[in-house]
Structure formats: structure tokens, C-alpha cells
Design a binder for this molecule. Sequence first.
Ligand code: BGC
Length: 883
Amino acid sequence: MKIQDITVEYQHNPIGLDTAAPRFAWKLADDSQNIYQKAYHIQVSKDDEFRELAWDSRKVDSDESIQIVYNGETLTSFTEYFWRVKVWDQEETETDWSDIGRFEMAMMSWKDWEADWITPEYDYKAPKTACPILRKEFQIGKRVTKARIYVTAKGLYELWLNGKKVGRDFLTPGWTSYNKRTLYQVYDVTDMLKEGGNAIGATIGSGWYKGELGWRSRRNLYGGREALIMELHMTYEDGAVEKILSDGTWQSSYRGPVICSEIYHGETYDAQKEILFDTYGCGFEDWFHVRVMGAAAKDILHAQECPPVREKLVLRPVELLRSPNGQQILDMGQNMAGHVRFRVKGKAGERVVLRHGEILDSEGNFYSENLKGARQRVEYILKDEQEAVFEPHFTYQGFRYVLIEEYPGEIKKEDFEGIVLYSDISQTGKFHCSDENLQQLTQNILWGQRGNFVDIPTDCPQRCERLGWTGDIQIFCDTAALQMETPLFLRKWLHDVAAEQFPSGGVPWVVPDIYDDTYAYDLVGYTGQSEKVAAAWGDCATVVPWNLYQAFGDKRILEEQFDSMKKYVEFIRKQGPCEYTWEGQHQLGDWVALDAPYGSFVGATDVDYVASAYFAKSTEILYKTAEVIGRDKEYKIYRELHHNILKAFQEKYVDEDGELTVKTQTALVLAANFGLVSEELASNYMKKLAEWLKETNYDLITGFVGTPYICHALTKYGQVETAYKLLFKKEYPSWMYQVTKGATTVWEHLDGIRPDGTLWNPRMNSFNHYAYGSIAEWIYRDITGLKICEEVPGYKKFQICPRLGKELDSAEFAYESMYGKIVSGWKRTEDKIEYHITVPVNTTAELRLVGSELLECQVPYQKIKDEYVLETGSGDYWFTMRE
Ligand code: BGC
């Protein structure tokens, strides 16, 4: 057995942790079958020869190989640790020590900060929108063996050292509820320093901190002044440590090249104003002082909690178009979030002007109306005749098409690249199937996640919104985890959910909360409610942590979020009119469902019904969480509350004949999927829904709330064929309709572009919204059948129960779990089905395969109704079944 892929807090050799007890994980590889771990032994040390141990777990009899919590001496700031692990298999065979892993602590307490926040001195002659530069020169007299930078900003920063950018991150420090929590980043800059004169400098953009945000064009939401805090720690050959801190000795200027840069609007960059600010002896004379912000809080500073936004992919334009109105437009071939990097050669003062849009209008011209107030415009002014390469700094665009308004000389598509930016987390699941449209749909859903995982989970990446809409990720989080390793990304965001919770316990519509009363009025009409909380949105507080626990075995996230979860459920309990239902409040309901009354965004399903259904769901998650983390008292309280909610729900919404009083598809789906009624009733409802869908030619009309679960609920109660028909329908309204229209991401509205070519209202018509993409969860969990066992989460034990449909000849899902790769695939050959399944070492799987006769099978099995049920440990397995 081999130990592979060792990680600390989900990362390989991280250098900026401030967690008192980091968690270790490893994967095991072995070619034989049914292998599991019986014991492990971890050592953590301050030296790579393991002489001075900070923790020696000794041999621990345990089959756990993920989420192992450090339990040694207190970890200290700025210290590097080495670790290794060995394991024993079930035969007591001992492995060698693993490769050596490292991790390094950042500041274990904010009190470790010695530097001060500094802000540039104003320059009334500089353009009002200009992004300031801050800099400092310093001398190094001895050889530096180790150097680290700890840095963050109010605004977005780019840090440069001796002519090179520090790190390869974009949009740092990301977006948090800044005034409550600001994250700092840590960089290894050992190789960037030199003996003699050095220069360090930062440019600060407005970003989410003080740039325009929301539909109401509000600015300075967190403060009006850009600022920087930074420490450079240099360890010399002789062991001495010297620090360069942000302090009153720095210089500043507003006369740099970034004239204006905003998240929504793009960037204007005048290369003629470039200053060699990051070069020692830069020659520029007009520096201003900086001001030390003595009173600015440092207790809000925490080490980076998730991988930063990075350049993840590079796209080449597929075409340079000439539109009917004569404009030149680049087609990237893919709706994406990020920016364009281009090459240009011309004369000083000439300009490149780019605008970014998602679609072309029905005539084929550039279209940007649906961006609303977001300008998405990039302007670059050339400084000389040398060839230049440019990409913007403090902004990103959501686009497929790039309108080239100005460009010196001939436009060649080879001179442009689409730089795809998103948080640097790895892909977990990969899906392949025999149907081109379904393949494209799953690609579109993955691209939707890429475009909306730009530091926080957003609704869309293009219009003047791009906000952390809580409902969108609530319904998408399971799909998200099936596509990417989400724990660090969502944990960071959940900390903001807790930080932004109202004193009442309600969770705001968007997190970070840029709450604005007038904004709410704009969207749904003013209601007089001062706190904007909605069912299915606020429930992100329970659903998202529970999902992370289920998918990654991350119990800590439940411990960290428990208070927030409980506060949210208690908030609902107080809404009334009785303790067990949630009624009479303003809600967003089954958002954008097609059964909405004319002119409304809110679907036909009674909003109180949706609210009470979610009250039940969140309470159920809460009592299960209490059980997992050993909060017995709360377990009992909330299990009883859940019971009472179900009773009240049934009294209110189920009539004497067992029929629901709310007569919509979403109502049926919620009742069945959330376990709100008996199994018998649920099964009747799904029969009814199947008939209803048949009568309406499988039109998809459910909204945000019903859509994620509709196929699950149908499948669970035996209506697999209907689920397949719904998914594979090509005509409007359906998921595939947009695929046949050439979509490369998932649309906000099923009728974003209508069959007659007209568009939905530009006021709210995004072509990159992942909410409807939550169907992928059904595709991966039912078509290829990968299911989590709730009691043994993290895929330590899982089920494979594929549900075949005649629309497909083959499907395969390969999922990189915390234990290693799981594969579930099936292929139809004449009258037979071949299954291929991979179970990682140290896990077990229960397979439930359908077919009339199992022809080849290496594992003992049972036949239960129409399923062959097998249980197996690790290994690769092939089964042949007569259909
Ligand atoms: C967003 C949605 C969001 C909704 C709720 C929209 O503007 O784009 O995705 O959940 O508002 O009101």
C-alpha cells in the first residue's frame, strides 16, 4: 500500500495557516482488492529529520485517513513544521513513511502584527478615480535564506518587489465583510530579494471595498480610503530576523498608470504614466507621504482561508467577426469570467478600447443592455512604439464577445487571449456520456461554477450585481461539491454568513451584505420589513455546512457554524404566527418559475408553503448536526421541533383526502423530497406529477426552489422515465432548449432568449447563472448513481445505484474524493449493460445495479426486487447485466 497526496487543511505544503489544530489527510493506493487502513502514525516536527517532535500520535488504531486533527504542542507563529505519516493495512503490514509534507504558521494572533495600516496622502491634482501607489526602498547587507510577506489592503492590491509581481493571485485580498473580517495573504519571496538596494511597492484598486456595488450604484460601502498593511520578514544566513513594515516611512502617489479600475466597469490604464515604483532608485521625484492610520483595527485580520483567485485557463478567440453594423468583435467561443490579455504595437497616445458582452443580438450585433450599469470597458493608452502586452488589474468581466472599439493597426485574433479567473480550487468530478447535448449541458454547468466562484459564490459575473446571493449557492452547493473541492472556498464564505447574520438570527439575502433598503424595493416592492431574510436563501446557513460535512467528512465546519445554524432556526421559530410554521413574511418563493403570474418573478407556489418546508429542512439538518457534534440537549430539542413542524405542516397543507392544498409542481416536489409527508403520500404525489408532466409535454416550469429536486423526487419514487424525459426535452421550456440555442453556460431564465428570438427583460437577464445548473446533482447522483451514505460521510462509504434511461447508451462519472478516485460508469451493448466501478482504498461501496440478470460478477450479491445488491471494498470491478 502506498501513501499519496498528503495534505494539511486540504492544501499541499501551505505557508499561511492560523488554525490552532490543522487537519491532515492522505490517500492510499493499492492494486489488490478490499484493502483498508487499520492504523496510522503521524509525526510533526520542527526539523525535517524529525528529531524535535511537536506531535507524535504513535500508532493509532483507526481507519480514518482524512480530517485527522493535530493534537500536539501549541503551534507557534511564523514556524515551519514538517510532517509524515505511515499506516498499517488490515493484515498489519506497515508502510514506509510517506513523503515529507510541510506547513507553516502565519500569525496565530492578530496581536502579532507589528506593522500599521497606512494610507496615501491625497493629491488634488491627480484624477479622482486614480489608483494609488505605495512604496518603500530598503537595503539588504547579508544573504537572506528565508523571506515571507504578510499583506492585505483596504481595496484590492497588487504587490511588486524588485520589478516583479509578488505571487500569481488576482483580486486579493478577495471579498469578505471587511470591517468585521479582512484576510491577509502570505507569500514566499526568498528568491525575489537581492543584496544591496531593494524596492517594494503596491498599487491599490477600489475593488469591492470602495468601488461601485449593487444596482443602486453605491460606493464606499466599507470606507473611503485605500490602505495597506504589510510585513516582510527576512531571515538571514546567521539566523537573525529583520522586518520591513508598512509605516510612516513609505512614499505614495496617485499619479500612476491605473487611472480608474472597478469591479463592474473595467479599467483605464495610461502606460505613459508608468513609474518604476518597484525598482530601487526609481527616479520619480513627486512622491507624497503616507498617513499612518493608528486607529484602524487589526483585530479583524485573519490569514487567508481559501485559495485565491488565479488565472486558471487561457482561451483563444475562435473567431474575429465583422457584425452587420460594421464592428469588429472577438468570439471567445465560451461565456467566461476573467479578462482579456492582448498584445499591441502602435504610437504613443494611441488606444485600445474593449467592451465585453455575453451574447450578440438577434441581428448579430454586439449586445450589452443586460449588463445594466456595469460598463465592462477596458482602455489602454500606449506609451511608445514598443510592442506591449496588457491585462487589467482590479476588475473582471463576464463575457463571451469582445467588441474592439479602438485598436491601432490591424486586429489579429492571435493577439488576444481570454484569461479565465476563479478561485484556485481543484476539479473533483468529471462526467462523460453518449449524448452530445447532455455532455454540453454538464460542461455549461461547470463553466457556470467557474464564472461564479470568483472568491465568493456569486449569482452572475457580468451585470452590476455579482453578489453572494445566498439562495443561489444554497441550491447549487451539492452540484458544486461534485464538480470542485469546495470546503475551503465555502468555509471562508460561511464565516461571513455568520458574521453578517442579523441580531435576530436572520441571514441577509446577500453575503457579504451590501444591504440597501431601496435596492430591495427595486427588486420586489417595499414591504416595510427592515431585515431582508427569505426562505431558501437564509437556509444556506444550514444547508451549505451540512453539504460540506456530507461530501468531505468535514465535521469542523459543523462545529464552527453550529451557533449560526441554531440562530437561524431560532429566528424562523420566532416569525410565527405559530411556533411551527413560517408565514406572512415577505419572501422570494420559487424564484423565476415559469408558473409565475404575469410580470412577477415569484413562482405560483404559495410563499408560506415554501417557507415552512424550508423551516422543516433546516431544523432537520440542525438536529442531525447536533447529534454529529455531540450536542445532546440540542439534538433532543430540535428533533422534537422538527416533529412538530411536520405535524403543523401536514395539518395546514394536506387535506382529508391526502391531497396538497397548494397545487403546483414545486409544492409536490418539496413535500416528497423534504420528507414532509408519509412515503405513501409522497409516492402518490410523484405519480401525479409524472402524469401532470406527461400532459404538459414535459415542460419544465419550476423555479429556483423546485428545480434542484424535481428529478430526485421523481426518481426516488420510481418515476425514472419521467425524470429522463424532463431532462432530455429539447423544446422550450427545458434545460436542453438553451443548449440547442448554443448556450455555453446556464441561463438565469429558461426563456432568456425565447424561441422567437426575443430576449427576456434586460433588467435581469444573465446568461451565466448557475442556479438551474443544480440539475447536475441529479445527473451525477442518479444517472451514474454516486450517493453519499449519510451516517458515514465523506464517501468513506458510498452507494452506486445508476438509473438507466433509453436516451443514453453510456455514462461515466469519475469523482476525486478525499479517499481517492471513485468511478461509476455504464455502457449499453446490444441487450447487455456493462458496469465499471472503482472503489478507493479504505472505502466501501454498496452497489445497487438494475437489470434482469447479472451475468458476470466477482462479488457475492443478493437480488432485492429489481436490483442486484452487492457490497464491496476497494478495487476495480466490471459487471455484465442483461437489460
Ligand atoms: C439574483 C438571483 C437572486 C435573486 C433573488 C437576483 O437579482 O441574480 O440569482 O437569487 O435576485 O431575489
